[in-house]
Design a binder for this molecule. Structure first.
Ligand code: ADP
Length: 330
């Protein structure tokens, strides 16, 4: 039996967070790269959809790629690369813009959330913020992807990729595999520690509620110990009624293994739960940070991995993208 093709990516719009790790990176490293034919990508073109500083994007792309390797992605087992190094993504994106509709784009939750924020900052909304899900569909479809391991926030975009693939195939003949999203069992949506109603997102600039993968242990402890909870006493797992506590239980469960509900029975105070969660996060990040330091000391190794990754990715994407050009009439 052939192995499933897996593709996923991370945007270099900020420092990577615990949400990125528990929702995506960890599974890529521990599960996906071993069982599937997997590609993991730093999707730098997506970082240009909002106001950006060119030098910062370049630096964050490099850092994200280094963190993917530090998190355990092994270039012997999977393909790690940077999106803009492979022209096929942008080439295919235009074709898919001729298949997706403006209505579909305007219905995307992330667009509806981000566009007003951009306007409020006094700026205009870049067209690419609207069309970004089409580029994401191109990222996925170019590789004949079967599965896209992502956190919960990305499932709508993967649904769009499915719709676009099905529509293209119906109109122009079978060209694309129809992909599906896979979310982790726990911590599919890690919440901001200071605002458990919103996602822990790397581009939010709200430092105290976000654990970054490169935070020192003392910083992690401080952030977790200061996490916003409710004024209750008993530790129960209730995502609706007790979102702050539920978030901590999910983080702890994801770090240590286990089930958040079961874990909740072992605690009779918020303080003890916070302390154990902080230590669990520190322990999960420790090896990753050590490996990150090693990789930073060997930049030519990272360069080589990304060069070879782009070569392999190009080779995999080109035949399908060429076929799409022919199918659509070019
Ligand atoms: P961000 O929202 O941090 O900019 P990306 O869009 O780069 O994240 O997403 C990279 C991966 O991390 C995606 O699979 C996304 O679903 C996942 N992810 C991002 N934030 C979280 C979170 N708070 N909880 C779980 N998964 C997340």
């Amino acid at each position: 039996m052939t192995r499933a093709r897996v593709f996923s990516g991370v945007k270099p719009t900020g420092n990577l967070t615990l949400g990125n790790y528990l929702g995506a990176l960890r599974r890529w490293a521990e599960v996906d790269q071993h069982r599937a034919d997997a590609l993991f990508c730093v999707v730098d073109l997506h970082a240009l959809t909002v106001d950006h500083d060119p030098g910062r994007v370049r630096r964050l792309s490099r850092q994200a790629a280094t963190l993917l390797l530090a998190a355990g992605l092994d270039p012997e087992l999977c393909t790690v690369f940077v999106q803009s190094h492979v022209d096929e993504h942008a080439r295919l994106s235009y074709l898919l813009e001729c298949v997706a509709t403006d209505g579909e784009m305007r219905r995307m939750i992330q667009y509806k959330e981000k566009a007003p924020r951009e306007r409020a900052r006094g700026g205009s909304v870049r067209l690419s913020l609207l069309t970004y899900p089409v580029l994401m569909a191109a990222d996925i479809l170019a590789y004949g992807t079967d599965e896209v391991p992502v956190g919960e926030d990305q499932t709508q975009h993967v649904e769009l990729s499915r719709d676009v693939a099905v529509r293209f195939n119906q109109r122009y003949g079978h060209t694309f595999v129809v992909p599906r999203a896979t979310a982790p069992a726990v911590a599919a949506r890690v919440m901001n520690l200071q605002d458990p109603a919103s996602k822990m997102g790397k581009s939010d600039d709200s430092g105290p509620g976000i654990v970054y993968l490169l935070d020192e242990p003392e910083v992690v402890r401080k952030k977790v110990m200061r996490a916003v909870t409710d004024s209750g006493q008993d530790v129960v797992y209730d995502r609706e009624g007790r979102p702050g506590i539920a978030n901590l239980l999910e983080i702890l469960a994801a770090c240590e293994g286990g089930d958040p509900e079961e874990l909740s029975r072992g605690y009779d105070s918020y303080g003890a739960l916070k302390k154990d969660t902080a230590e669990a996060v520190v322990e999960v990040l420790r090896p990753l940070q050590a490996r990150h330091r090693e990789l930073c000391a060997d930049p030519s190794y990272v360069d080589g991995v990304l060069r070879e990754g782009a070569r392999r990715a190009r080779e995999m994407a080109r035949p399908r993208v060429d076929a799409a050009y022919r199918a659509i009439g070019l």
